[in-house]
Design a protein around this ligand. Structure first.
Ligand code: AMP
Length: 588
């Protein structure tokens, strides 16, 4: 297959913002490509060569890509650099310069998808002393045989800036339309939720049909999409919603980890599927030693502990373990414990299908507890009063609140879903009208006065998990200290986008756009109907969306969350409804 067919498809996708059109295009395209290429094509649609959890990146720095563009197009490096700064997009620079060159030379070989992927894999695995030269050469070979459009996407892929707007949900829709029916979409999504591998789902569907997808199983090494909790504004409502009786667990303030304990070792994944094993090697070792099963998949929260008092420390302390350097010291200086709260798989059995009480007992039976490995504190609650008491105990133990969990027969582990089988209630809910929000940065406004010429405020968006799009909710200009303001370009400029990213809906026009990638934690006084924001547009008012009033950055960059894990539009709608109910009660 020629790579040009794929590049043309990317171009068409990039130029449509209608999700329906995108789905129709993709589903048609998927049926026309050779089935053996479908897996890699699905990864490439999202700018990847593997599923996210592989944790390997192409690793080409901007400098190397610039060199490759410069040498292939015969443009001096300085000039290429200048164009890049002006255009903000390596793809656009490559497209223009390769285009110019093509008018002068005609000799090139058509680029097949196979050759393109072969070189990209070689770029990915190049290491050693001359790895940089090797990488540049491999990319230059591809650019030499590329058309301008092919060059555009090549350079975006190798620099991690590929966003044609084909979110996972759109690809799943397209796969259902291409190889099954829309009614089968939940089965196909389940396949994705239990493997986190869209390419594998696509390949299975194309080769074995829906039956093949139904037979997909949880396996060690393939992370599972995490189950998430709903929220309610009072303990009374939590207990009522649970039918008067539920389990309550402390809600620990750490880093969620999904541990895949295999015969030969342990892998730890974050909720956004990053490999965290090297951040918590001591936890990985302890889990392997203390696990009585040969294989198991469990989830827990890694929390920093004060080495002297044994008290739990706030989230910030555990983030020291995210810095890759000096791990030996970090292990000593920042002791960590894992508080396990769920088991999903053990020795060939898909435990996720068991109700919560059975999973909880199995979790306890599967481990020798002690040292760094513990279970979350849990109590069965029969009344709101008991719930309040437990909540206060959780706060006294330095936790951020409680997680209520259903005890009913249907209380399975629902991979990738947010529902009322788990309900969270946090300390913040008591003080403010609303919970904190994890929002994606989609743009920046240049500041005035002291902040002139620098980013002064950010345009923040929530994620709509039904449409796969981002809707704006606030312009954020408060809560930034000088250090954060200074670090903004380094944090954000990698994601600069020449125009509004196709997955973002916005009415406000910022000074620059970013592909939604960086997630920040924001608190606000209130959610209100807003004519200038686009999240939940048309839901509560035909011409307006929902916006946050008095938003403030908490100082916490949520690098444990990707843009698709940020607060959803659905959650903001729910919070808005809760707030309105609360307000009307206050007014009674
Ligand atoms: P939030 O990040 O506010 O949506 O809250 C959900 C997160 O709470 C989960 O993803 C876990 O990281 C964390 N958590 C802490 N304690 C528990 C617990 N006992 N059960 C489930 N999740 C927990």
């Amino acid at each position: 297959m020629l790579y040009s067919e794929l590049a043309e498809q990317f171009d068409a996708l990039e130029h449509t913002s209608s999700r329906l059109e995108m789905t129709a295009m993709l589903s048609h395209f998927f049926t026309t490509v050779p089935p053996e290429n479908l897996r890699i094509i699905v990864y490439l649609c999202q700018g990847k060569l593997h599923p996210d959890f592989y944790g390997v990146e192409l690793g080409m720095s901007d400098k190397l890509v610039l060199k490759a563009i410069s040498s292939t197009s015969g443009t001096p490096l300085k000039e290429t650099e200048k164009m890049w700064t002006l255009m903000g997009d390596p793809g656009a620079v490559a497209e223009q310069l390769i285009g110019k060159k093509k008018q002068m030379t005609l000799f090139s070989e058509p680029l097949t998808l196979e050759r393109m992927v072969k070189n990209l894999l070689a770029i990915e695995s190049a290491d050693g002393r001359d790895s940089q030269t090797k990488k540049t050469k491999l990319l230059a070979q591809l650019l030499h045989d590329s058309s301008p459009i092919e060059a555009r996407y090549l350079c975006r892929i190798v620099t991690g800036r590929m966003r044609v707007g084909a979110g996972s949900m759109t690809i799943l829709d397209a796969l259902a339309d291409a190889f099954a029916n829309r009614e089968d979409r939940p089965e196909i999504e389940r396949g994705f939720n239990i493997t986190c591998d869209l390419g594998l789902v696509a390949e299975t569907l194309a080769e074995k049909g829906l039956e093949g997808v139904k037979e997909m199983k949880i396996t060690i090494g393939n992370p599972i999409k995490v189950m998430l909790a709903e929220r309610l504004p009072s303990i009374t409502q939590v207990v009522e919603k649970m039918g008067g009786r539920c389990a309550m667990e402390y809600k620990y303030d750490g880093i969620r980890v999904q541990a895949h304990i295999g015969k030969d070792g342990v892998k730890l994944y974050s909720r956004r599927l990053e490999d965290l094993t090297s951040n918590f090697p001591d936890i990985a070792d302890a889990l392997r030693k203390q696990c009585k099963a040969e294989e198991a998949i469990i989830e827990g929260e890694c929390v920093a502990i004060d080495g002297k008092t044994g008290e739990m420390l706030p989230f910030q302390s555990v983030t020291h373990r995210r810095k890759k350097h000096g791990m030996e010291n970090a292990i000593k200086e920042f002791p960590v414990k894992i508080f396990m709260f769920d088991i999903i798989y053990s020795d060939g059995i898909d435990v996720s299908l068991y109700p919560y009480p059975e999973r909880r007992s199995r979790l306890g039976e599967t481990f020798d507890l002690g040292g760094q490995v513990d279970m979350t504190t849990m109590r069965i609650i029969d009344s709101p009063e008991e719930g309040e008491e437990f909540f206060n105990e959780a706060l006294a133990a330095k936790c951020e609140g409680i997680m209520a969990k259903s005890l009913y027969q249907d209380s399975v582990y629902r991979a990738g879903s947010r529902g009322f089988l788990w309900i969270k209630y946090k300390k913040d809910y008591e003080a403010a009208l609303t919970d904190s929000f994890d929002l994606a940065v989609v743009g920046a406004f240049f500041g005035m006065g002291k902040r002139a010429g620098k980013y002064g405020a950010l345009l923040m968006a929530a994620y709509d998990d039904e449409t796969g799009r981002f809707g704006t909710v606030c312009k954020l200009g408060t809560g930034f200290d000088d250090a954060f303001l200074a670090s903004m370009p380094e944090l954000l400029d990698k994601y600069l986008s020449e125009e509004r990213p196709s997955s973002v809906d916005a009415k406000m026009i910022p000074g620059v756009w970013f592909d939604p990638t960086v997630v920040l934690e924001v608190v606000a006084a209130e959610i209100s109907i807003s004519p200038i924001h686009t999240a939940a547009e048309g839901m509560f008012n035909s011409d307006a969306g929902l916006g946050l009033r008095f938003p403030r950055f908490t100082g916490r960059v949520r690098d444990d969350k990707g843009p698709e894990q940020c607060t959803t539009v659905h959650e903001i709608c729910e919070m808005y409804e809760l707030q309105e109910k609360k307000d009307s009660r206050l007014g009674e």
